[in-house]
Design a protein around this ligand. Structure first.
Ligand code: B3K
Ligand code: ZN
Length: 891
């Protein structure tokens, strides 16, 4: 496979001023005519990309170019000898119904959809398929009126008419120039819900959410989320909706979460459809976040787009940051100051948990890459947690360094400079830096920019030096970041220190916050942002009577790992007293991590293990101390996941780890049984469902308490779970109860409940996905169970949501079943990667990544993982997507 490099970027030699597209839509074979109006910018032939297309004709300025005047190969169509201006007309055919890749034009549930990012437009027509070629589009869609009554594309509907033979036509015009990856069409029988609103400059806009007939009762929350997103972007960033009409369409078959096509967002139905009976609190909050995310792309991504795909984080990191802020603001609204602060902390915790579980391992493994990669083989493999989630952290650090007001000025400057352009990550930082230097004369962001060019998670070692005579305390921060991924290859540049904003506080031995006073400064503060820009630096604080307990990396001010040797007692003290709620949560997670790792070692050595009384009491305090809200308590009492814990082990023994975690859960369940029971009673919510953070927090705590009771086999818990399952008034409670029954309950009751659940919900695909997931991740599930479920009539590998719900969930989230010592889990993985690769390489490559960290496992397992990877790599006809993943894993 060919490696594409960032340094080899060359501008495209033509400006495609206007594009006219005509579609004669037929599921079996669709005719596409394109008319390109172009202007030469530099010498060179016109090279267009195309894939899986049948070329019918090419004309240039009205003259047919048949007979050898163009060159055609499997990937490109080359036209040489064009004038300085030309009109190119190309007719071609594609096969939407046979398209199982879900890239380009495809059919899902009888409806035509497109997905063009990153390189899907070339599966629709020949075109310079790269984000820096921006054009004005007009689109004509023609199809049978009965089967495809709705014909949608980007921008404004300018004409509609009936045609002979029961067909009809719609013409759309997008007023904004855009790259082809933002093109979209949808054609089919759909129902919709709409509303009108006035933007802040007084324009009336039409908002619409389309979905399958019969699902119209499930789109209200999505439409309201869109309205909130429109308002929020006006208020927080001064960014207004620039179109008269904004549409969202739900698709059953979709590779990712959603796609921000200009004015016509196409969504995975899982991020649109919801009602209290069928969707959980987590579903509701994901819908609001993804609707916000795609909407916010209208400015960060669409109005200003990427020069090339190496710049992906320019739009993704920034837009994730924006959606995280949106969610935090929505969660905090209408709450008093304390509850609002707590809601924000809960959101921050959830985002950090995701980062640690998904991005930290990626950044330490064979696919490690900077948020702006330098090379790729297949861009589809770089829609990663690093580009998205770490990318968002890098934006957040800029907001921290500039302050929110400075960041807003920087963003205004970015749009002032670049509206309508395709630009780079450097252009973004330049705009931020232009504001930063105004407020910090003599300083700049040159060290900070290394976050864009270097991979890996930096570690910051903290040491404290207390001088009793002088009453000072010196804090030393020392950073290091080992080379990872391609950085280990010979010739790679040496890594340089990062610019790390590091928020700290100090507590005395009684847990009282110490006012911080730096030796060089007159003022004192409760919390301080240290800026580490070199490998090592020191800060000396005055008036410190005794060695303090440091509260480190408050609010997770940088995506780093902190090394500091806390005693258990110090962690317990922070858990009780740290005024920074995030750091307080963190202390509990560290204590739990120590406990579970100790339990794992005990298991491996066949020794008995029991919980420290100190740990149990710290946990009890979080559960019972007055003044904390339920959502925060639920996060603070959740044990770290196996994925997060595995990163702390030199050799991962996944079964011992999962069993130790389970054992800890059960022991805490028994030790605090009365308190858990009280928590289930105190946190009931009213029958009328609301997804607001206070109610969701109560449900989270109540259901966590139930899980502890069940894991501990506490007397009465089984009945309680069964009663909750039967009597639940919403899916959050029903699923939570079912999950505890399936994982920790009596087998017969679990089976009965699963059967009941399927019977109730078999006609709702999103709930059937949940049913598969529960079984895929159940502690008792084996490879054989999963193979049995794959022949269930409701299972299909072609539907990505279904494949994810069973195959991915088993490989990713069932440590006990997947990592069986005989290697059968890995052989199953190899079979499924290959089966998926024949249908949908993008999805197959995602599954392929589940063995990324194979070298870190105990030798027995890592050897069978290596064999499975090898088996996949040796398979003839493997896609470029999967080839890149498995060969990097084996390098
Ligand atoms: N921009 C899309 C990603 C689509 C990638 C497909 N290979 C979704 C998003 O980040 O909003
Ligand atoms: Zn995005």
């Amino acid at each position: 496979p060919v490696t594409i490099r960032r340094q080899n970027y060359l501008p495209f030699p033509y400006d495609i001023v206007a594009v006219e597209l005509e579609f004669d839509l037929d599921p079996a074979s669709t005719l596409v005519r394109s008319r390109l109006q172009l202007k030469r910018l530099a010498p060179g032939p016109l090279v267009l990309n195309g894939e899986d297309l049948e070329l019918l004709s090419v004309t240039v300025d009205g003259q047919s170019w048949e007979g050898g005047r163009y060159q055609l190969d499997a990937q490109t169509l080359t036209l040489d000898g064009l004038g300085d201006e030309a009109i190119i007309e190309i007719a071609s055919r594609c096969r939407p119904e046979a398209n199982s890749t879900l890239m380009g034009l495809y059919v899902s549930n009888g409806v035509f959809f497109t997905q063009c990012e990153a390189e899907g437009f070339r599966r629709i027509t020949w075109f310079p398929d790269r984000p820096d070629v921006m054009s004005r589009y007009t689109v004509a869609l023609r199809a049978d009126k009965q089967r495809f009554p709705q014909l949608l594309s980007n921008g404004n509907l300018i004409a509609q008419r009936d045609l002979p033979d029961g067909r009809h036509e719609a013409r759309w015009e997008d007023p904004f120039r855009k790259p082809c990856y933002l093109f979209a069409l949808v054609a089919g029988r759909l129902t919709w819900r709409e509303s009108r609103m006035r933007t802040r400059s007084g324009r009336e806009v039409l908002l619409q959410v389309y979905s399958d007939p019969g699902s119209e009762d499930k789109t209200q929350f999505a439409l309201e989320s869109l309205e909130r997103a429109v308002r929020w972007d006006e208020q927080r960033f001064g960014l207004e909706l620039d179109l008269d009409r904004f549409m969202i369409v739900a698709a059953r078959d979709f590779n990712m979460g959603a796609m921000e096509n200009k004015g016509l967002n196409i969504f995975n139905a899982a991020y649109v459809l919801a009602d209290p009976e069928s969707a959980t609190d987590a579903n509701f909050s994901a819908i609001e976040a993804v609707i916000g995310h795609e909407y916010f792309h209208n400015w960060t991504g669409n109005r200003v787009t990427c020069r090339d795909w190496f710049q992906l984080s320019l739009k993704e990191g920034l837009t994730v940051f924006r959606d995280q802020e949106f969610t935090a603001d929505m969660m905090a609204q209408e709450l008093d100051a304390q509850a609002a602060a707590s809601a924000r902390t809960v959101k921050r915790i959830d985002d950090v948990v995701t980062l640690r579980a998904a991005q930290f391992p990626e950044d330490a493994g064979p696919m490690a890459h900077p948020i702006r990669p330098d090379s790729y083989q297949e861009i589809g493999n770089f829609y990663t947690a690093t580009v998205y989630e770490k990318g968002s952290e890098v934006i957040r650090m800029q907001q921290t360094l500039l302050t929110p007001a400075g960041f807003r000025r920087g963003l205004d400057e970015y749009f002032r400079r670049h509206d309508g352009q395709a630009v780079t990550c450097d252009d973004f930082v330049d705009a931020m830096e232009s504001v930063y230097v105004q407020d910090h004369p003599g300083r700049g962001l040159s060290v900070f920019r290394r976050w864009y060019s270097q991979a890996g998670t930096p570690r910051v070692k903290v040491s404290l030096d207390h001088d009793a005579a002088r009453q000072t305390c010196t804090v030393t921060l020392e950073q290091r970041c080992e080379p990872v991924g391609v950085e280990r290859l010979p010739g790679a540049p040496t890594k340089q220190p990062f610019h790390i904003p590091f928020a700290i506080g100090l507590l005395d031995a009684a847990g009282k916050p110490l006012p911080l006073r730096l030796a060089s400064e007159a003022e004192t503060r409760d919390s301080l942002l240290l800026e580490l820009t070199t490998q090592r630096a020191q800060w000396t604080f005055e008036h410190v009577a005794a060695k303090p307990v440091p509260s480190l990396l408050r609010d997770f001010s940088a995506p780093v790992i902190v090394d500091y040797d806390y005693t258990d007692a110090e962690l317990a003290l922070l858990m009780k007293h740290d005024p920074n709620a995030f750091a307080r949560w963190e202390a509990g997670q560290q204590l739990a991590t120590r406990t579970i790792l100790a339990a794992t070692r005990a298991r491996q050595q066949g020794e008995p293990f029991s919980l420290h009384g100190e740990f149990v009491e710290a946990w009890r305090a979080v559960l019972t101390v007055p003044g904390l809200d339920a959502g925060y308590r639920a996060r603070a009492l959740t044990l770290p996941s196996e994925k997060t814990l595995a990163e702390y082990m030199d050799q991962v023994d996944p079964i011992a780890l999962a069993d130790a975690r389970h054992e800890t859960l059960g022991a805490l369940g028994r030790a605090l049984a009365a308190d858990w029971r009280a928590a289930t009673e105190a946190n009931q919510t009213p029958d009328a469902y609301s997804p607001d953070p206070i109610s969701a927090g109560r449900r989270a705590l109540k259901n966590l308490a139930l899980a502890y009771l069940m894991a501990g086999s506490v007397e009465g818990a089984q009945q309680q779970a069964q009663a909750q399952y039967q009597g639940a008034r919403n899916m959050t409670d029903r699923m939570a109860a079912l999950s505890t029954l399936v994982n920790y309950g009596e087998a017969a009751a679990a089976t009965a409940a699963l059967t009941d659940f399927y019977e109730r919900w078999q006609d709702d695909p999103l709930v059937v996905d949940k049913w598969f997931t529960l079984q895929a991740t159940a502690r008792s599930t084996t490879v054989e169970t999963v193979e049995g479920l794959m022949v269930h009539p409701a299972f299909s590998l072609r539907n990505p949501n279904r494949a994810r719900s069973l195959v991915f969930q088993f490989c990713l989230n069932n440590p006990i079943g997947f990592h069986r010592a005989d290697g059968s889990g890995y052989r199953y993985w190899a079979e499924q990667v290959l089966a998926l690769d024949a249908l949908n390489p993008e999805i197959a490559a995602r599954l392929a990544r589940t063995l990324d960290r194979w070298v870190r496992y105990v030798p027995e397992l890592s050897e069978s993982m290596r064999q499975a990877l090898q088996q996949v790599r040796n398979h003839p006809g493997l896609s470029r997507n999967v080839t890149e993943i498995v060969s990097k894993a084996l390098e």
